[in-house]
Ligand binder design. Structure first.
Ligand SMILES: [Zn+2]
Length: 464
């Protein structure tokens, strides 16, 4: 009985060559979802930060580029100009506002890392508050999902400017993701194939190497960024809408009612001529966009177009080149906190050409306190005494952290100097001229460090 059945099957296969070849047809394996592949990934901190790049995004979309945007937080802090909702509820509203703002440009590929707003200029506080590890894991996942050619983000560094720690954190995470997403050993569970159908843990993504990373700065000064990357006019007319790019950015911004209802109500009542006059006077809307090239793995000129050198083929993973640590004297005093971190960060990510102010600078609210974090490094075999003094502008006073300190042999000690900042005069301008503060460090009559810092006093600034 069985033998007859086998013969029948065999005869059927012989008689039907179509059936036989169908049995050998290879099965197509699933590929990444093409709907999420992009050319540009914009990584920013808060809903409305995308405005720093929307005029360029509108131009890139005209050229057929695909764009995705990542927000570090939902923007749940701050005042609500449009309603009573606050905190997490406000964050939910702002997520929709951000999605609507980008949808006006045609961008729907929008993601949120779930970090929490941090009112500080210190990137390290933002990273702690966001959950650095989980935010980075999520951003690497989004890079592997969206497979961008180019990443655009805030410049990780400290400047006199708005200098929001959250903005810096978005640029820092984007830089880390640039170096990690192509590395099969970074978050390997994301790039492992499933062990069986409906496997709930392994993600079946592929490593992805981004080709270029560009930054835009949250700084008042522009001099140190000129010539470091391409500039784009926002006054050029869009091929698709026949409007200037600044105008498309403004229309996109109209979704941010909770952040700017009074401004948006004013412009809603304006005709075209009034609108143009307003934004030209304000400057912020019509200034050229300056990008800074962070890294390119595909060549192209520094000030050339963002897509210079980018071709469609994927490139292989490139481990970043770490620059050597500079030689330090046996006994030294250095600025710590974000300042020393960024020096190490630039070396670790091959970003030694990234512009940063020298001497370091910060804008602070006055009256208030300037905290100068310090590392005192003693590499000698015996305890050392270090005397810290500080040179200050008139009216500024050291309230903590000067005097004589001892550091044990082969130890690095953290210290800090706190300076009282005087109030600004009633009629003083909103910003003042930056002034210089110098920390002098001496040991056994020898100078072991002169650290300079430029400090601008303001009536309002984010906490240090
Ligand atoms: Zn922001």
């Amino acid at each position: 009985m069985q033998r007859i059945a086998m013969q029948l099957i065999f005869a059927l296969i012989l008689l039907c060559p179509g059936l036989a070849s169908a049995a050998q047809e290879p099965k197509a394996l699933p590929l990444p979802d093409g709907r999420y592949k992009v050319d540009i990934l914009l990584v920013v901190a808060h809903p409305d930060d995308e405005g720093a790049a929307t005029p360029y995004l509108a131009r890139a979309l005209d050229e057929g580029k695909r764009v995705a945007v990542v927000f570090g937080t939902h923007g749940s802090s701050g005042a609500n100009e449009a309603g009573a909702e606050q905190a997490a509820a406000l964050g939910d509203v702002r997520e929709i506002e951000a999605r609507n703002a980008l949808a006006t440009l045609g961008i729907t590929n929008v993601w949120f890392l779930g970090g929490k707003d941090t009112a500080s200029q210190n990137v390290l506080q933002s990273l702690a508050n966001w959950g650095h590890g989980s935010s980075l894991e999520q951003l690497v996942r989004i890079v592997r999902l969206t497979r961008p050619e180019v990443i655009l983000t805030f410049l990780p560094g400290t400047f006199i400017g708005e200098d929001h720690g959250d903005h810096q954190a978005s640029g820092l995470l984007a830089t880390e993701a640039f170096d990690l997403a192509g590395d099969p050993t970074a978050f390997p569970e994301q790039v492992a194939g499933p062990m069986k159908r409906l496997e709930p843990y392994l993600e079946n993504l592929r490593p992805w190497q981004i080709k270029k990373i560009y930054y835009f700065a949250d700084a008042d000064r522009e001099d140190i960024f000129r010539g470091k990357g391409p500039r784009y006019s926002v006054k050029d007319l869009s091929k698709s809408t026949k409007q200037p790019y600044w105008r498309m950015a403004l229309d996109s911004f109209r979704s941010h009612q909770t952040q700017a209802k009074s401004f948006l109500d004013t412009i809603a009542a304006m005709d075209e001529a009034q609108l143009e006059k307003l934004v030209t006077a304000d400057g912020g809307w019509t200034d050229e966009l300056q990008f800074v090239l962070g890294k390119s793995l595909v060549g192209g000129s520094v000030t050339g177009d963002i897509f210079d050198g980018v071709t469609p083929a994927a490139i292989s993973f490139a481990r970043p080149e770490v620059s050597v640590e500079p030689a330090r004297p046996e006994l030294s005093v250095e600025l710590a906190g974000p300042w020393s971190f960024y020096g190490e960060f630039r070396r670790a990510h091959g970003l030694t050409n990234l512009p940063h102010p020298e001497p370091p600078e910060i804008a602070l609210q006055a009256p208030g306190t300037l905290v100068i974090p310090l590392w005192i490094r003693n590499r000698t075999a015996k305890a050392q005494e270090v005397t810290l003094t500080v040179s200050l502008p008139a009216g500024w006073t050291a309230q903590y952290g000067t005097g004589k300190f001892s550091v044990a042999a082969k130890q690095v000690a953290a210290s800090r100097i706190e300076i009282n900042l005087p109030a600004l005069a009633e009629n003083a301008p909103r910003k003042s001229e930056a002034q210089e503060v110098t920390v002098h460090a001496e040991s056994n009559g020898q100078n072991v460090g002169d650290l300079k810092l430029r400090v601008e006093l303001r009536k309002r600034a984010l906490p240090q």
